[in-house]
Design a protein around this ligand. Structure first.
Ligand SMILES: NC(=O)c1ccc[n+]([C@@H]2O[C@H](COP(=O)([O-])OP(=O)(O)OC[C@H]3O[C@@H](n4cnc5c(N)ncnc54)[C@H](O)[C@@H]3O)[C@@H](O)[C@H]2O)c1
Length: 661
């Protein structure tokens, strides 16, 4: 593979400047080329200001900034700019003729083995490549804006792109801290194909009178589907408005995929009246007063966003059908490129592939538009009963050891299972599937004699950010009840679970996440973590046993302070109140978790099991009943081998070896 030392970025605009900065940060020598010195100066200013901010935030030193600037040169002359380039990244305006002219001009003066990477977000790589001297050296590298927050990079393989060019692009991208996905040269690639179709479909829902307003659709997408923002609002606000871009993309899809992909009526009228979103003051919403738009939760109560989801899933399936990309890459693309809370194919599995196909068939029969026709990938899955989570197989497999949201490993030596809440991009917040997976891990290790203690912690910097609010947005009391019941059932089970469970609170434990910690037997908190019940600030109550456990653990005074004031509880206060058992400095936290978990794992399993039940049930009734059940329990334990071992070891002055018998 060709080694890359020198990168040339063409265009010092919004994307070019940021890409050049990433390349300099990765250690490359970078030349930036634009058509006028003033554009280069503007680009240099953009980079310097961004680095200045990072110096101010203490992310790196002023010397480091100077070093980065020293790696950059800015030139107008194209020959000068590319004469030593190993990799050229083109970020000139999105106009096919211009891209082709640039590809031709550059390939004629650059070294023959230079790789030409185009940052086009929608144009055909093959067509751009057709203008270059060596079309096999042309590849798509689609960065997302702003690259400092959006690590996704789509590497787009044109018809002629060579494996070497792809590898060169990928190696440089990884050095530039990108998460790479691969896709062949199809309209919209992956992320924009799904985003543009789903946004256009949100608009069609209004045209079809399935929803009345943009607000209604956006509310349902945001609160019911859990997207960070409604897609119409996103069109208004993404880089200050992309309605003009969306319109052109949908026209392009209509030309290249099927005429039924044409821009939806409202999109068309907004485009034609030059209302492109926030940048023009108006789009789907009115931004003239400059305010952030507010989308009320209950506005979408009567609209089911499954029609939008189903179309997004169908587009993804169509990409898989032609092997343009893979299942995992689709799901990475929507999470990192569109900020979806989970992969769209994971969402499809939860929704049920049969429900997705039924919805597509309903849309197809009602509106007769070709784009609604379910992809054979989906219909085949239904025929094979691969319906998603409910049948154990969908786009992904489910069942023993196969999880989306949790990870667990058991240390055979210590007999401790570490269960990690693994949804770091969403602060490990819990939804129904997540709660079900925790429960499944408990099922899997319950009768495993090699597991004596479970430690729960969170991936990344949070323990658990609480419960997903989507159930509350459904507008259906039944759903809220089901959601509450799920959490209540799991947490009560944990209290009487036969093995000790530790909450290793490595970061914020909020709402339902704090309730999870309270249902554990021992809580160890690091000094950077915090505990909080924010529910009352949202008009909710802690609904997974939080009020009940808090009052039993810390008494009325502190429990009321926590729940009613809804303020964060610091580690010091938590320890003083008895809300946690131990607090450790950050660097001693893991060692403390290890020590306590090992101690519990070496304990007497039957007695632990009994003690947990006694402590739980004892607290429910009066003291005399408690004393009675305690006596009964003590009597039954007296017959166990473990008791024999415990007493024998005491008198033999050695550590006991309990077997749970
Ligand atoms: N802005 C985004 O959100 C975004 C996101 C992903 C991809 N893209 C893609 O990145 C590319 C650039 O977009 P942008 O937003 O940075 O545009 P921009 O208009 O901010 O910058 C383009 C720059 O290219 C310069 N330029 C024009 N002709 C040139 C030439 N022949 N050689 C060198 N420079 C030339 C212009 O003077 C300008 O400074 C487009 O293909 C766009 O689709 C943009």
């Amino acid at each position: 593979m060709k080694e890359v030392k020198n990168i040339t970025v063409l265009g010092a605009g919004a994307m070019g400047a940021q890409i050049a900065a990433l390349a300099a940060e990765a250690g490359y020598k970078v030349t930036v080329r634009d058509i006028k010195q003033e554009f280069l100066d503007k680009g240099r200013k953009l980079m310097t200001e961004a680095w200045d901010k990072r110096v101010k935030r203490g992310e790196f030193t002023a010397e480091k900034k100077e070093e980065l600037l020293g790696r950059l040169s800015f030139v107008v002359n194209v020959k000068e700019a590319v004469k030593n380039a190993d990799l050229v990244i083109e970020a000139v305006p999105e106009v096919m003729d211009l891209k082709k002219a640039v590809a031709k001009e550059v390939s004629e003066v650059a070294p023959d083995d230079m790789v030409f990477a185009t940052n086009t977000s929608s144009l055909s790589i093959a067509e751009i490549a057709s203008a270059a001297k060596h079309p096999d050296r042309v590849v798509g590298t689609h960065y997302f804006n702003p690259p400092s927050f959006m690590p996704l990079l789509e590497i787009v393989h044109g018809k002629m792109t060579s494996a070497d060019a792809i590898q060169v692009a990928e190696t440089a991208a990884k050095a530039m801290r990108r998460t790479v996905i691969h896709v062949v040269d199809v309209p919209g690639f992956v992320a924009n194909r799904i985003f543009c179709v789903m946004s256009n479909e949100s608009d069609w829902a209004i045209a079809h009178n399935e929803a009345k307003t943009a607000l209604e659709v956006d509310s349902a997408l945001k609160y019911k589907l859990g997207l960070p923002m409604g897609l119409l609002e996103l069109e208004d606000t993404l880089t200050n408005g992309v309605i003009d871009v969306e319109y052109h993309v949908m026209e392009y899809f209509a030309e290249t995929l099927d005429p039924s992909y044409k821009p939806a009526p409202l999109l068309e009228s907004l485009y034609k009246s030059k209302n492109y979103g926030r940048k023009t003051g108006k789009g789907y919403y009115d931004w003239t007063d400059g305010k952030t738009n507010e989308i009320p939760m209950n506005a979408g109560a009567n609209f089911d966003p499954i029609c939008v989801l189903a179309c997004g899933v169908n587009e993804s399936a169509k990409l898989l059908e032609i092997k343009a990309t893979t299942r995992d890459e689709v799901d990475i693309a929507v999470q990192l490129g569109l900020n979806f809370p989970r992969g769209i194919l994971r969402m499809a599995d939860s929704e049920g592939i049969d429900n997705i196909v039924n919805e597509l068939n309903r849309l197809y029969t009602t509106y007769k538009d070709e784009r609604y026709k379910p992809s054979p990938v989906l219909t085949k899955m239904v025929a094979e009963n691969k319906l998603g989570r409910k049948t154990g197989e969908g786009f992904y497999s489910y069942g023993f050891g196969k999880f989306e949201f949790v990870k667990y490993t058991t240390n055979k030596e210590t007999k401790v299972t570490r269960l990690v809440l693994n949804r770091p991009a969403r602060a490990n917040s819990l939804n129904l599937d997540f709660v079900a997976e925790i429960s499944q891990v408990l099922d899997e290790v319950e009768n495993d004699n090699n597991v004596r203690c479970i430690v729960i912690s969170g991936a990344g910097s949070n323990f658990c950010g609480g419960a997903d609010v989507s159930a509350f947005a459904s507008g259906k009391a039944d759903n809220v009840l089901k959601f509450s019941d799920y959490g209540q059932t799991l947490y009560t089970r944990m209290e009487v679970y036969p093995k000790p469970i530790i909450a290793a609170i490595n970061g914020a434990a909020i709402g339902g996440g704090l309730e999870l910690a309270l249902a554990c037997d021992i809580r160890i908190m690091n000094k950077k973590a915090l505990l909080r019940f924010p529910e009352l600030t949202l008009g909710l109550i802690p609904g997974w046993g939080g009020t009940q456990r808090a009052i039993r653990l810390i008494g009325g005074t502190h429990a009321k302070e926590m729940v009613l004031l809804a303020d964060a509880v610091t580690p010091e206060k938590a320890l003083e109140w008895g809300l946690v058992n131990f607090v450790a400095e950050l660097d001693k936290f893991e060692a403390m978790v290890d020590e306590v978990s090992k101690k519990l794992a070496n304990g007497a399993p039957l007695a632990q099991k009994m003690a947990k039940s006694l402590l739980y049930y004892g607290a429910q009734g009066d003291q005399r009943t408690g004393a009675f059940i305690e006596t009964e329990a003590a009597a039954s334990l007296s017959l166990t081998k473990d008791l024999n071992e415990g007493i024998t070891s005491l008198f033999s002055r050695r550590a006991p070896k309990f077997k749970g018998q």
